[in-house]
Design a protein around this ligand. Structure first.
Ligand SMILES: NC(=O)c1ccc[n+]([C@@H]2O[C@H](COP(=O)([O-])OP(=O)(O)OC[C@H]3O[C@@H](n4cnc5c(N)ncnc54)[C@H](O)[C@@H]3O)[C@@H](O)[C@H]2O)c1
Length: 436
């Protein structure tokens, strides 16, 4: 599939709902002027990816740690306004869109401020830090009539578009079982990130970080390794499950919340004060579908993959490849059940079967196996940002909008609720609450 074909596919998948007009009148070929809030690991990666997208230009960056003002300039590769207070960027009339890559617990606040200031928002996954945050964000985006895209970039990947095409073609038959995993085996994969020796209350805006979280004295480990703590992060659910669930939503079209979820797992190796398990496994019941997710931070065998088990075949999506393997489901005489009968009975049944199935068995299975691999160096984050900029320009909804992102994030909250409460977590759609 060429890039152009993929763009067409994305546009077709997007709904035609018109949102509020862009801050500036649409001009063909113009660049979307965007600012970024949070220029740590992911924020810098977003800036590097955005450089590959010709339809946008970064004009400002905000971060609470002063050194990251320089990291942002290096990642973008040019001079941009930098600040510790993102609200000054929201005040700028020339900023149309904001990319948000803060710790999870500040996604809600920054998103609501940005849409209230008239900006369109690309917010990193998991969209929300709690169920309540997610619904507040959905309401805020709708009230401001802005474009919102959550940041699970696989939703815009050409690999996932190919998987979706195979899934939607019906070649898999009925699919009621999906099995997905994402494993790692390194300190970095378990969020043991660097804590700079120079970090201090003089160059880190600690108050800006713990707003909306319980007050505490300055703690650089909490600031730089926020993923380890429930006040700011969402564990394996928010880090990896949400990518898997977003990918599954994009491929299958399931855009809802599971009815219930059951998690098992534990904190087995990384006993460094963290509050999340390093092995988490969750089984979800969706309408007509069981989804099983598994993330281990102590062994990376098999790495990343999603398997879709259908009545006519199996599709497996890994990091760069999707493969489809048909199953031979042509009718055949099932002799096993006749093993306990007399030879005469078995013989008669077989003859009857042959009479009612006169066609000779074809030499090959009816459907063919297929494998597709994305080109070396393909960057789905660049495509995801490109889709966002296109929506800012056209005012058409993106696939991974606030409802899609909220549904995927609730999947992560269900997994964590079940793990921490040691119970089956059930979703009550009416009251929008998780019960145990
Ligand atoms: N889509 C992906 O593949 C992917 C990959 C990694 C991380 N993420 C997501 O990106 C987000 C950031 O993760 P990270 O690994 O970059 O964390 P990080 O700690 O490296 O960076 C977060 C940065 O946000 C800044 N920040 C926090 N609150 C701020 C505020 N109010 N104003 C300005 N700056 C603020 C912090 O100073 C910090 O530098 C998380 O939500 C994470 O889940 C997504």
């Amino acid at each position: 599939m060429t890039r152009r074909e993929f763009v067409r596919l994305s546009a077709a998948a997007a709904s035609a709902t018109l949102l509020a007009p862009a801050a500036k009148a649409a001009e063909p070929g113009r660049k979307i002027r965007f600012a970024i809030v949070g220029t740590g690991i992911r924020g810098c990666d977003l800036l590097r990816a955005a450089k590959q997208v010709p339809t946008g230009v970064c004009v400002g960056a905000a971060d609470l740690y002063q050194m990251r003002h320089q990291s942002a300039k290096e990642a973008w590769g040019g001079e941009i306004e930098t600040t510790g207070d993102y609200r000054s960027l929201l005040d700028r009339k020339d900023v149309e869109a904001v990319l948000i890559a803060t710790s999870d617990h500040l996604h809600r606040r920054v998103t609501l401020d940005a849409v209230a200031a008239g900006k369109d928002v690309y917010c990193e996954k998991p969209m929300s830090h709690s169920v309540a945050d997610g619904f507040e964000m959905v309401a805020g985006v709708a009230a401001a009539k802005r474009i919102f895209q959550a940041g699970s970039q696989r939703v815009s990947s050409i690999l996932y578009a190919k998987a979706r095409e195979i899934y939607q073609s019906g070649r898999l038959g009925e699919v009621h079982s999906i099995d997905a995993k994402w494993n790692r085996n390194s300190p970095g994969g378990a969020w043991v990130y660097p804590v700079p020796a120079d970090a201090s209350p003089q160059n880190v805006d600690w108050a800006g970080f713990i707003q909306d979280a319980p007050a505490r004295p300055f703690d650089p480990v909490r600031f730089f390794r926020w993923r380890l703590f429930r006040d700011y992060g969402s564990g394996l659910g928010g880090d990896l499950f949400v990518h898997l669930l977003s990918g599954i939503q994009a491929i299958t079209g399931i855009n809802t919340v599971a009815n219930r979820a059951y998690s098992s797992g534990g904190l087995y190796h990384y006993k460094d004060g963290r509050e999340f398990p390093d092995l988490l496994e969750t089984v979800y019941d969706y309408p007509e579908m069981q989804i099983h997710l598994h993330c281990n931070q102590n062994n990376n065998d098999g790495d990343e993959g999603i398997a879709f088990y259908g009545s006519k075949g199996t599709m497996v999506v890994t990091g760069r490849t999707v493969s489809f393997t048909p199953q031979d489901v042509r009718p055949q005489f099932e002799g096993y059940g006749w093993n306990g009968m007399t030879q005469a009975q078995r013989q008669q049944a077989m003859e009857e079967w042959r009479r009612s199935h006169p066609a000779p068995k074809p030499a090959v299975v009816p459907d063919e196996a297929e494998t597709y691999t994305v080109p070396q160096g393909y960057n789905d984050t660049a495509d995801h940002i490109a889709n966002f900029f296109r929506a800012v320009e056209t005012r058409e909804r993106v696939v991974e909008d606030e409802v899609f992102g909220n549904n995927a994030a609730i999947g992560c909250h269900l997994a964590n609720y079940s793990y921490f409460h040691r119970t089956v977590a059930t979703w009550d759609a009416e009251s929008r609450t998780i019960n145990g």
